[in-house]
Design a protein around this ligand. Structure first.
Ligand code: NAD
Length: 377
């Protein structure tokens, strides 16, 4: 299975007697249960933490003048420079932007890392997957530049586009703008090469749709090639996103590190999570120049909220990535081994990790955490 995809260049190794000040955002839905289980396991490694617990999302927006991402949360992360968070619900059609996307954009956490690794005992179609997907976090269709159908500004934009390009957009359209810049592309592709080097990986694959979107994905592909020419110690190739999706399903072993613009990265990382057993075990990290934020790939699964049922593995593995980032490599390895051991045993695991999802011997979130704690060396 090669190298550990969760390693990241962090500050130099520090003795574990140092207390790490970390912002902890429990989130909502299943978030608080997962955050509590993860906090307990992180502390059981012996590493000392000084948690700054901060709340964000719909539940706290009334206390902050309707703002679901209070400035206190951002200030805390600016100070601690490291955060771990549970998922936060984005109410559909509420007009409020995703707190998760806003956090990444406001703090300029431009590089998202989503490892997909096979763990023994997890039901999946493949056994030896070990991929790292790197997603640009700040632009593309996620930039949040949208014009609503029927608005005067939208009609004006449609008219301007017709004048500038000679192309007609139907008058009853909504518009989402897809900016892809040289600056952000250069930064994310260089980040991918740096990650590949640190993780001892051999190849970076840039994913795009340059054959159709020549001025956005075309620019991305051109700049990726330029950055690759400055990083010749690592192999480089590119794939068109639709072909990439098929190839990942047919022969995931051909790929290593992938670097994608925001939207393709979001879609393909769920695909990769599916290759290794699903969202319940898929961790993630968002890195910027000044801060890093660790969070599971999955959302707040409202239907399981408060039931002590959800699988804490994805958030715990995000915690393992955080330990690597903090320089606590020994604790990171011990924590990952304990998680992997409990999953491989298959006894003290949540329902989704059982061979049969209706297995009555499935345990709850907190009991799985207890089993992992008992197993930490
Ligand atoms: P989801 O990830 O919450 O759920 C998708 C499916 O996976 C559901 O069947 C769910 O029950 C299951 N699932 C997810 N995590 C699980 C876990 N730990 N254990 C067991 N089963 C799990 O996705 P969704 O339903 O599309 O989104 C729900 C909410 O979460 C939405 O408001 C969405 O905006 C938000 N969301 C937040 C984040 C984030 O905080 N970074 C990411 C994705 C979605």
């Amino acid at each position: 299975m090669g190298h550990d995809p969760r390693r990241h260049p962090g500050p130099p190794e520090v003795p574990s007697t140092v207390s790490h000040r970390v912002t902890l955002i429990p989130g909502d839905g299943i978030g608080p249960e997962l955050a509590e289980a993860t906090r307990r396991v992180l502390e059981a490694t012996g590493v000392a933490f000084d948690w700054d617990v901060q709340h964000a999302g719909a539940d706290v927006m009334d206390q902050h003048g309707g703002n679901p991402l209070p400035e206190t949360v951002l200030d805390s992360i600016r100070e601690t420079k490291v955060a771990i968070k549970g998922p936060i619900t984005t109410p559909v059609g509420s007009g409020f932007r995703s707190v998760n996307v806003a956090l990444r954009q406001t703090l300029d956490l431009y590089g998202q890392v989503r490892p997909s690794k096979s763990y023994k005992g997890v039901r999946s179609r493949y056994e030896d997957v070990d991929l790292v997907l790197i997603r640009e976090n700040t632009e593309d269709l996620y930039a949040g530049i949208e014009l609503e159908e029927g608005e005067a500004a939208t009609a004006e934009a449609i008219e301007t586009i017709a004048r500038l390009t000679g192309r007609t957009i139907r008058a009853d359209s909504g518009l989402s703008i897809k900016p892809i810049s040289i600056t952000a592309t250069r930064r994310i592709v260089q980040f991918a090469f740096d990650q590949a080097r640190t993780l001892g990986r051999r190849k970076v694959t840039a994913v795009h749709k340059a054959n159709i979107m020549k001025f956005t994905d075309g620019l991305y592909l051109r700049v990726a090639g330029e950055v690759a020419a400055e990083n010749t110690d690592i192999e480089f190739e590119d794939r068109i996103v639709d072909n990439m999706a098929m190839q990942l399903v047919q022969k995931p072993e051909l790929y290593d590190v992938m670097v994608c613009p925001n939207l393709y990265g979001d879609v393909l990382s769920d695909l990769c999570a599916g290759l290794t057993g699903g969202l319940g075990i898929a961790p993630g990290a968002n890195y910027g120049t000044d801060a890093a934020l660790f969070e599971p790939v999955h959302g707040s699964a409202p239907k399981y909220a408060g039931q002590n049922k959800a699988n804490p593995t994805a958030m715990m593995l995000s915690g393992v990535m955080m330990l690597h980032h903090l320089g606590e490599r020994d604790a990171a390895v011990r924590m990952e081994q304990a998680i992997a051991g409990v999953i491989a045993d298959g006894r003290d695991v949540t329902y989704d990790l059982k061979q049969d999802r209706d297995d009555p011997t499935a345990v709850g979130t907190s009991q799985m955490a207890d089993a992992i704690i008992a197993r930490i060396d």
